[in-house]
Design a protein. Structure first.
Length: 407
């Protein structure tokens, strides 16, 4: 997989975005496969390997964030790096049941001899001769530079040229006959929207949510496939089953967990009131970090549910009342146990309430719904409510933080 960014970006970022592109593109390819038993793997024999109707399609993906990527032509580095990979793969594949696709977001040069690769069964003799001539020219110039003691030219293209020339005439012809070129491929930011539009058998109101949640499930399946916790190839029927399951849950208005396994970005914001509530009882850095992370998770989960249907928002409101009621028992105890006018005692008792909210509340209060088994929602919702002032930790948090007394 090759990915070019318009500006200089850390290599790790480029690699991460390249892998995300492969993931999303593979899911679209699998859904579009005309075979109920089709499967796909990422980074198996190639960037994306689709197996359908008894044949393998090996795909090389070339992505770029540039507004106007450089057109691909006979001298393109991406072309020759791809030819190197496929030439080296030839001994390990059955060419009669294997085809290859070079998928690039770049356009195709108008004058390029590569145009024939866009049409299956087209005459490719002229292109074959041109590729061989270009490969020979590259290697001749590399050899000439070596003899002359100069730095070698064509550093990125020469491995591809060498691998191509190392094939027999028959192998080169067979490989070229099985190659498809797909220029002007969609960029990564378009793939999720394209997937949503592909879900035309589902209600329009569900498609955006279906797309998002299916990609979340897909990401986890890809990860599991890499660590050996599931089959390496993911089947099309698995995707269809997941879509049906998500759709059924949306129709039943069941709450679905989207954030228990997610972590906030390295830099994220929470309301300053959360920190004030924690500081008031002397919470340490680790406890404050847990409070911030759980608040981020719950806040985003609440926002997602509220946007889906009014009934889900009603569940949130109703459950908040339950959370407040349970909190009151513990906060009242803190008020009773503290020593009057003793700030150390007040902090100690208040810290117990915060620890309860973060450590025990999820078990004692119970889940908002049976499908939500992770404690993140209870922990984080208490932090959301603390920002609003509906709950707090210090026995006198309302006075100290300026919340008005409830009428």
């Amino acid at each position: 997989m090759t990915i070019n960014l318009a500006n200089t970006v850390h290599d790790a970022t480029a690699s991460a975005m390249g892998f995300r592109y492969q993931e999303r593109f593979a899911l679209l390819e699998l859904l579009n496969a005309n075979d109920e038993e089709a499967t796909v793997a990422i980074e198996a024999l190639d960037d994306v390997q689709v197996t359908a109707n008894g044949a393998d399609l090996l795909e090389q993906l070339k992505h770029s964030f540039a507004e106007q990527p450089k057109p691909i032509d006979l001298k393109s580095t991406n072309l020759w790096s791809t030819l190197r990979i496929w030439a080296e793969l030839l001994p390990s594949v059955d060419i009669s049941t294997t085809s290859f696709a070079l998928v690039t977001v770049a356009p195709l040069s108008e004058t390029s001899k590569l145009h024939c690769l866009q049409t299956k069964g087209s005459d490719r003799k002229e292109l074959l001769a041109a590729l061989r001539a270009e490969a020979e020219r590259v290697m001749e110039e590399v050899q000439a530079a070596k003899v002359a003691g100069r730095s070698k030219p064509h550093v990125k293209r020469s491995p591809g040229a060498s691998a191509f020339l190392a094939l027999t005439d028959k192998q080169r012809a067979e490989l070229l006959e099985k190659i498809e070129l797909r220029p002007n491929a969609p960029k990564i930011i378009s793939l999720e929207e394209m997937f949503a539009k592909r879900l035309d058998t589902y209600p329009v109101s569900q498609r955006e949510t279906l797309s998002r949640k299916t990609f979340e499930w897909w990401d986890s399946q890809v990860l599991l496939s890499f660590v050996g916790r599931r089959e390496r190839f993911i089947a099309r029927h698995e995707v269809l089953a997941q879509l049906s399951e998500i759709s059924a849950m949306l129709q039943s208005e069941t709450l679905m967990d989207s954030f228990s396994s997610k972590q906030p970005p390295a830099v994220f914001n929470t309301h300053e009131m959360l920190a004030k509530q924690c500081d008031l009882v002397g919470a340490g850095p680790a406890m404050l970090r847990r409070a911030r992370i759980s608040e981020w998770q719950a806040r985003n989960q609440r926002s997602e549910w509220s946007a889906e249907t009014p009934s889900k928002h009603s569940k949130i409101v109703s459950y908040d009342e339950r959370l407040v009621a349970e909190w009151e028992y513990h906060h009242e105890t803190a008020c009773e146990e503290m020593l009057e006018d003793d700030e150390v005692s007040q902090k100690t008792e208040g810290l117990k309430v915060l620890k309860w909210a973060l450590e025990k509340a999820a078990t004692e209060v119970g889940s908002i719904e049976s499908t939500i088994t992770s404690p993140f929602y209870v922990r984080g919702s208490y932090q959301v409510l603390s920002i609003q002032g509906r709950v707090g930790w210090h026995p006198e948090y309302r006075e100290k933080l300026g919340f008005k007394d409830e009428g």
